[in-house]
Design a protein around this ligand. Structure first.
Ligand SMILES: Cc1ncc(COP(=O)(O)O)c(C=O)c1O
Length: 362
């Protein structure tokens, strides 16, 4: 972003990637522990910041055990690979992130996709799997707490209830909600942090403004699950550990990701939606997200690209998603608010967005 521009595109939800003490923590970590981890965690890569970060993350989310990976992508791949194998079933919501899809594909499990948000379809697949393979057949359902495609939330409590009924695990990717929703975690807000059959993954590269990924376990079996992952996840065993500066920055960011900052993010998300829903150009196009992301449907992929370029020329970055990387074939601009966006700048930016859409994608 040019200086003075407005970032409505990145996932730095709380504005922590450039926060002074977060940057200082990264520098301190590099000075003390080095710029890189130097090896996989099972060799010499487990520097002291990693167990400390895992303890911080478990405490923050109300979970019992955490295992940190080099990214959210590798956390998802490692987890699904470790849950798979012959005879297992993985059921993914069709809006699941590429890292979850790739992880499922590599897992050697049977992989099924359910229509977006369709818990009945998921349940039918679980039932059929058990009927076919017996009551002890392994299965996991994979959802995102807030989906990156439309910014809508999964019905976590209901999904967890149905999974428990069918003896399945529920994997929840909290990439877009860790440190970005009241209470710091959607799974915690749904009262599921103590549930042993709910496994959480998250990235440290969005609201925490750093880099890295984590898998979080709850319930009595949490430590055993962590051990299983530690011994079987290929992206844990065969990947260089998270670098010290990222770990140091994430720890400091966690300490700052409090209800005050998260509240400002929610207030800005509310304001942006109100403005977009009130403007004649955007009113019919806006899809309200449950988090900090609102999407605007565009008439054509070319119009979406032209609008995003016109906005960039005016110093406003927005996300631009178009076929083939959107599951439903509709091109969209994605507006992502941050906690540190001022009301006046946000109001002006929304007016500019509407003006550019009117001109480039009428
Ligand atoms: C839902 C979801 N899961 C996982 C990831 C991957 O996280 P990371 O960027 O840390 O690899 C992303 C990031 O784009 C995401 O949106």
């Amino acid at each position: 972003m040019p200086a003075g521009g407005l970032d409505l595109a990145s996932n730095d939800y709380l504005g922590l990637s450039r926060e002074r003490s977060v940057v200082q923590a990264a520098v301190r970590a590099a000075r003390t522990h080095g710029a890189g981890a130097g090896a996989s965690r099972v060799v010499t890569g487990t520097h002291p910041l990693l167990p400390a970060l895992e303890a911080d993350l478990a405490r923050y989310t109300g979970r019992r055990a955490a295992l940190v990976f080099s990214s959210g992508f590798t956390a998802n791949q490692g987890l699904l690979g470790a849950l798979g194998g012959r005879g297992a079933l993985l059921v993914l919501d069709e809006h699941a992130h590429a890292s979850l899809i790739d992880g499922a594909r590599l897992s050697r499990a049977e992989v099924r996709t359910a229509a977006h948000g369709d818990l009945d379809a998921i349940e039918a697949t679980l039932r059929e799997h058990r009927d076919r393979n017996g009551p002890r057949a392994r299965a996991a359902v994979v959802v995102e707490s807030v989906y990156s495609v439309l910014g809508d939330a999964a019905r976590l409590a209901e999904a967890a209830r149905r999974c428990a009924e069918h003896g399945a695990l529920l994997v929840v990717d909290e990439a877009h909600t860790l440190a970005a929703v009241p209470g710091g975690s959607a799974v915690r807000a749904a009262g599921l942090h103590g549930a042993g059959h709910v496994v959480v993954t998250a990235t440290l590269s969005k609201a925490l403004g750093a880099q890295g990924g984590v898998v979080l376990f709850g319930g009595l079996g949490a430590a055993a699950w962590r051990d299983h992952l530690l011994n079987t996840a290929r992206t844990f065993l065969f990947d260089t550990a998270l670098a010290p500066p990222a770990a140091g920055a994430a720890r400091r960011a966690l300490a700052l990701a409090d209800e005050r900052r998260i509240g400002r993010l929610a207030a800005n998300a509310e304001l942006a939606h109100r403005l977009l829903a009130a403007h004649p150009v955007t009113a019919g196009r806006v899809e309200r997200g449950d988090g900090a992301i609102h999407s605007l449907q565009m008439r054509s992929p070319a119009g979406a690209v032209r609008t995003a370029e016109a906005l960039r020329a005016q110093g406003i970055a927005v996300g631009c998603f178009r076929p083939p990387s959107v599951p439903d074939g509709i091109a969209r601009l994605r507006i992502t608010v941050h906690a540190d966006h001022g009301r006046r700048r946000l109001t002006r930016a929304v007016a500019t967005v509407a003006q550019c859409i009117d001109r480039e994608d009428p």
